[in-house]
Design a protein around this ligand. Structure first.
Ligand code: ADP
Length: 449
């Protein structure tokens, strides 16, 4: 109210001065009363004119969007402009804070691997995250306020949305055959809908793989079991000669061996999947490791192949010796099993220019056609099922090798040509390889390659 008294005074002064001047001028014209009235009216008019000028400036400032500061007048208009400016600025700050919070909230939704879409009345898109737009083949900006039912080319989604009973999510193929999507809808507020989209391609693939795996294991176990059951029945129901009995027992032995190998491989796979990461500071000498793998493969070859090792002394590998040995043995025994008699099998070591180490198992065997190469490490994948089984294979060897290498930060490479032989390479990262001097081997390592 600081403006009130000055303003009252100014009005009284204008009235009084105007009236007094009017009296003087009126006296000259012999009409002092009319002069006083006109003088007072002129005084008040001047006050009103001044107000109109101030009000005009204030209105101009408001109309121009508050770009500059408010007009800095004294008195009532100054006070009014100041109060309006303060109220507007604090409203603006609150709005900016709200906008920032909303932005952060939307960024958090955008960061989710799931897509989110908000639909208003008539299923118009009120907001759509980039992930949801990608899942549904929409443009998050261009398609705003468009009915989603006109844009999404998925009839199952459209009828699900319109059904109104969204207790269970639906799973359907993503537009353009880009995998599988799961969509869930929830209603909120008045006729608003929240649509959540999720890419479930990987999950469904993993579930299918698990199902296949269980089916494969059951099949692999059922086959020898059926054979065994047949032999048991034969022995129980038929009088067999000693020679026949011995033959049946040998065949039964083969089937139980097969089951034992299968169960051992399955257990090893399970251990590899659940086991702790191989230590990076437990060192194993390379040359003896390759010699042992060759020694394991030679009885299987029974002299039908030439099995050779070429590995320098003084190289050590970091990791779990048992796992590394099992990877090399798997490759070496495969080389024997898939190489006809008279073939040559070589176990080599090479240090690559990029520092990686390479254990190569090379054979001159039957080789593998190009189209099979990407699938070799799948569980139970066999190029030739009967040859694999006849030679005691479980179809799990290469998936064990792949797991071992992955756990050691390495990988498995294969080059092969039908009729010309195969080259399987175990690659180990530079950090898991070191060179020790022959003397230093008993003490500390001399250097890491
Ligand atoms: P298996 O027990 O059947 O040998 P693996 O996982 O070890 O299972 O190998 C998968 C398939 O890869 C084999 O069935 C075989 O067809 C092929 N394979 C593996 N090693 C060789 C090789 N050295 N030469 C030719 N084919 C091979």
């Amino acid at each position: 109210m600081a403006w009130f008294l000055p303003r009252l005074l100014a009005t009284i002064v204008a009235l009084t001065l105007g009236g007094a001047l009017g009296v003087l001028v009126g006296a000259l014209l012999k009409a002092p009363a009319i002069g006083a009235l006109l003088g007072a009216a002129t005084g008040v008019g001047l006050v009103v004119l001044r107000d109109a000028l101030h009000a005009g400036r204030l209105i101009r400032w408001l109309r121009d969007g508050l770009i500059a500061d408010a007009p800095r007048d004294a008195g009532l208009w100054g006070e009014l402009a100041y109060r309006i400016e303060r109220a507007l600025r604090s409203r603006e700050q609150a709005l900016a804070a709200e906008r920032q919070r909303l932005g952060e909230f939307l960024s958090a939704i955008e960061a989710s691997p799931n897509g989110v879409m908000l639909l208003g009345a008539d299923d118009q898109i009120a907001w759509c995250s980039a992930v949801a737009a990608d899942h549904l083949g929409l443009d998050a900006r261009r398609d705003l306020r468009q009915p989603v039912t006109n844009l999404v080319r998925m009839p199952a989604f459209v009828s699900y949305l319109q059904e109104g009973a969204w207790r269970e999510p639906i799973t359907l193929e993503a537009p353009g055959g880009r995998g599988m999507l799961q969509l869930a809808v929830r209603g909120y507020s008045d006729q608003q809908k929240l649509v959540i989209t999720q890419d479930v391609t990987e999950r469904l693939r993993a579930e299918a793989m698990r199902r296949d795996f269980v089916a494969n294991v059951s099949h692999e176990i059922r086959t020898p079991l059926t054979v065994l059951a047949g032999f048991v029945e034969t022995m129980a129901s038929l009088p067999l000669s000693t020679a026949e009995r011995a033959r049946v027992i040998t065949l039964m032995q083969q089937q139980t061996d097969r089951m034992q190998v299968l169960v051992a491989d399955l257990l090893q796979l399970a251990q590899l999947e659940g086991g702790p990461r191989p230590p990076a500071d437990r060192w194993t000498a390379l040359a003896p490791l390759l010699q042992r793998a060759a020694a394991d493969a030679r009885p299987l070859s029974a002299g039908r192949h030439q099995v050779e090792v070429d590995a320098p002394d003084g190289i050590e590998l970091a990791g779990l010796e048992g796992e590394l040995l099992s990877a090399v043995v798997n490759l070496a025994t495969n080389a024997v099993r898939y190489t006809p008699a008279g073939g040559h099998i070589q176990l080599n070591w090479r240090l690559r220019a990029d520092g990686q180490g390479e254990v190569e198992v090379r054979d001159t065997g039957i080789g593998i056609a190009r189209e099979h190469l990407p699938r070799l490490t799948e569980r139970f994948y066999r190029v030739d099922g009967s040859r694999s089984r006849d030679t005691g294979g479980t179809g799990l060897g290469l998936s064990i090798v792949k797991h071992v290498m992955q756990r050691h930060g390495g990988s498995l490479e294969v080059d092969s040509e039908p009729g010309k032989g195969s080259r399987f390479r175990l690659l180990l990262p530079a950090g898991r390889i070191r060179q020790v001097t022959p003397v230093g081997r008993l003490d500390e390592p001399a250097s890491t390659v």
